[in-house]
Design a protein around this ligand. Sequence first.
Ligand code: HEM
Length: 130
Amino acid sequence: MSAANLVMQSYGRCCASPAFFDDFYRHFLASSPLIREKFVDTDMSAQKQLLRQGIMNLVMHARGMPDTKLRALGESHSRQRLDIRPELYDLWLDALLLTISEHDKECDADIRQAWREVLNKGIAVIKGGY
Ligand code: HEM
């Protein structure tokens, strides 16, 4: 199965797991004071819904969708706006992979590798807007 399809199915299992987004933000916020600082004024329940769609955009990009949505994220996360420095995406990726490993009961080395491949491709577009 292609990386994009492995990821699509894994993401389906993750989204069906009720605490997936809570656990992701718990891990992500725990990873650095720089991350916590960025979210001090954020409504986290709204943020969890936005991220659900944001990850879907990364997955759809890997399946051949144009990068319009990811470029828009690149704009919002750019130096002039949210100012998300490129190295912070490493923490984001680590927190997400940890959360996937906890929530996708079928997660194995191949699925983790497929996620890395898919996410890195989309993250490169977002970082490109910095
Ligand atoms: C907002 C997705 C990485 C911090 C958002 C939004 C989405 C999103 C969909 C809401 C819409 C928008 O503002 O454009 C993503 C995705 C990421 C990512 C898919 C990874 C590929 C990061 C990283 C940080 C971050 C690494 C670092 C702290 C924020 C902040 C907001 C935000 C501070 C605004 C929160 C607020 O409204 O108060 N992100 N994001 N994001 N993101 Fe990200």
